[in-house]
Ligand binder design. Structure first.
Ligand SMILES: Cc1cc2nc3c(=O)[nH]c(=O)nc-3n(C[C@H](O)[C@H](O)[C@H](O)COP(=O)(O)OP(=O)(O)OC[C@H]3O[C@@H](n4cnc5c(N)ncnc54)[C@H](O)[C@@H]3O)c2cc1C
Ligand code: SF4
Length: 512
């Protein structure tokens, strides 16, 4: 740190690695400095996967190299080379020493971090300027304005508003192909023959900067979950762009068809693997959407695939970001289904005889990755049906995925997957029996359980817990437009079977 009077100190957080950030607008290297810190607390406040820690640190160090190459002043506090446990403590010390006129930043991706930085600035008596985030496609404040006065905040209408605003996949004021949504075409399973040869995604072998980080993480966080020997995530903007190009050329055309399908030993299938690069801001979401649209317009990919992909980014990604800032911090405390069980230990090891969970958790530990349906309809579904306390489920998801940043993880977990918000986000809990997993994957074929059985020694725990969930919440969902029929199916069951299901579900809970 120099002794020259400082105008702006500009903290760049691990998920803000965007050289075009508004925080750098008007940057003057003669009076401003950037500030970055590797804080142990960010790896330990949830028990983070080694690959998640490594990805953030590797991308941060590459970003720092880029900044230095521009000749911009940067204070970079490396893990193990400073005494501070938390970001806010490190920042507080730097503020006390540098006494900038102003701290300039883009809002953090995590409510907890944002509040701690605000507290550090206040404690140091330094003015804090929070600039709008141009990484997101919707204008700052647009979601809150759209939400105001609406009874329901459903994704579909927000998505349509953004389609109109951006012109993505629009023909004049009409959606391309005459439909806003090709969701119904995007739910195919592979069938018994399986996916055949799936194009292998381009990987990015660690360079010397990343290798140093991998050794550091292996040393410093050796007891954390996950492994590092398969680490090949993009850690720079160039690599992120290459990953996008590879996806568009080889996997996007079939993304739509097999978006929801799962297959043993195939972690990636036709997914893009871009979430971490997007969330760390190595690549801009609008350019990703435009590249997909161009693939459709040039005949490289069908409309249903491209619409399905763009809906994930322009729709879901923007939507959950809007909801997060609308409902935090209250969201963390909601537990509408009154769920209090502990998260089973096997979530951290994959050591279970349920083949679907073993596969989804196994690849999560191997790569820090599972695709959307594995997260929603395998790990998320089991926790929901078992009645795990939402905050424990949240802590697990925040820890184990390389793309986990709270603004995107929390709404997906507490809203979409665990229904802890009582339906503010999703109109119904996503529940299903083992038969859904059987239809969408080949997991059940290699499992000791039978997805069509709810009781008995071969009963599939998902199926048992599915009926037990309906039984527990029958009163609440009897007249629900989409779940009422499932409750009526339950109520047609003989009383003795219902009693046995309740007892079997209790046993599963006791075993967890
Ligand atoms: C319980 C649960 C937890 C999740 N936690 C996270 C998380 O921590 N971080 C995260 O980025 N995504 C999360 N998701 C959303 C989704 O599972 C991942 O974005 C996706 O699996 C990432 O893989 P991909 O890049 O190959 O995605 P693709 O299937 O190729 O999709 C393309 C892109 O769309 C975006 N996207 C897709 N689905 C969603 C969604 N539901 N919400 C927001 N963006 C979406 C992502 O940026 C993704 O890269 C979660 C979903 C569930 C159900
Ligand atoms: S039978 Fe049940 S536990 Fe086994 S893989 Fe299928 S859904 Fe999972």
């Amino acid at each position: 740190m120099t002794d020259c009077p400082l105008r702006h100190l500009i903290p760049i957080l691990g998920d803000q690695l965007d050289p075009a950030s508004t925080a750098l607008d008007g940057f003057d290297p003669t009076q401003d400095r950037l500030w970055m810190a590797e804080a142990p607390e960010e790896a330990t406040h949830v028990w983070s996967h080694k690959a998640r820690i490594a990805l953030f640190l590797a991308a941060m160090r590459h970003f720092a190299e880029d900044i230095r190459a521009r000749g911009w002043p940067l204070d970079y506090l490396r893990l193990g080379e400073h005494p501070h446990a938390s970001l806010s403590a490190a920042l507080g010390a730097s503020l006390a020493q540098a006494r900038p006129q102003r701290l300039v930043m883009v809002r953090a991706g995590d409510w907890r971090v944002q509040k701690s930085i605000e507290a550090a600035a206040q404690a140091a008596g330094v003015a804090l300027e929070i600039r709008s985030d141009r990484h997101f496609i919707a204008a700052p404040g647009a979601f809150a304005a759209w939400a105001r006065g609406r009874r329901e905040l459903r994704l579909e209408y927000w998505y349509r508003a953004l389609r109109r605003q951006t012109g993505l996949l629009m023909e004049g004021d009409q959606p391309a192909g005459g439909r806003w949504n090709f969701d119904a075409d995007n739910r195919k399973a592979f069938g018994p023959a399986g996916p055949g040869k799936v194009p292998r995604p381009q990987g990015f072998p660690p360079d010397s900067v990343t290798t140093e980080v991998l050794h550091l993480v292996e040393r410093q966080f050796q007891h954390h979950p996950g492994r590092l020997d398969r680490f090949d995530w993009p850690v720079t903007p160039t690599q992120a762009r290459d990953a996008l190009d590879d996806f568009i050329a080889h996997r996007l055309p079939r993304f739509g068809d097999y978006q929801d399908a799962m297959w043993r030993g195939e972690p990636w299938l036709y997914h893009s693997r871009l979430s971490a690069a997007l969330n760390l801001k190595l690549i801009d979401p609008m350019s990703v959407c435009r590249a997909a649209e161009t693939a459709w317009r040039s005949g490289q990919a069908p409309l249903a695939a491209v619409e399905g992909f763009i809906r994930q980014i322009l729709g879901w990604r923007e939507y959950v970001q809007g909801l997060y800032w609308l409902w935090m911090p209250d969201w963390l405390g909601w537990n509408a289904l009154d769920a209090h069980a502990d998260l089973p230990d096997f979530y951290w090891t994959g050591d279970t005889d349920m083949a679907c969970l073993r596969a989804a958790i196994g690849q999560t530990l191997d790569h820090g990755y599972a695709h959307h349906i594995q997260r929603l309809m395998v790990t998320g579904l089991y926790a929901l049906l078992l009645g795990v306390e939402p905050r424990q489920v949240h802590a697990w998801y925040l820890a184990v995925y390389v793309d986990a940043v709270e603004w995107v993880e929390l709404p997906n977990v507490l809203g979409m997957s665990q229904h802890a918000d009582g339906g503010r986000m999703a109109s119904k809990p996503y529940i299903a029996s083992g038969k859904y997993i059987q239809r969408m994957s080949n997991y059940c074929a290699g499992c000791r359980y039978r997805p069509d059985q709810a009781i008995g020694p071969a009963a599939c725990p998902f199926t048992t817990l599915y009926w037990a969930f309906l039984d527990r919440h029958a009163e609440h969902y009897r007249n629900h437009p989409r779940l009422g029929q499932q409750v009526r199916n339950l109520e047609r069951m003989p009383t003795e079977k219902r009693t046995l299901i309740r007892a079997a579900a209790e046993e599963l809970r006791a075993l967890s």
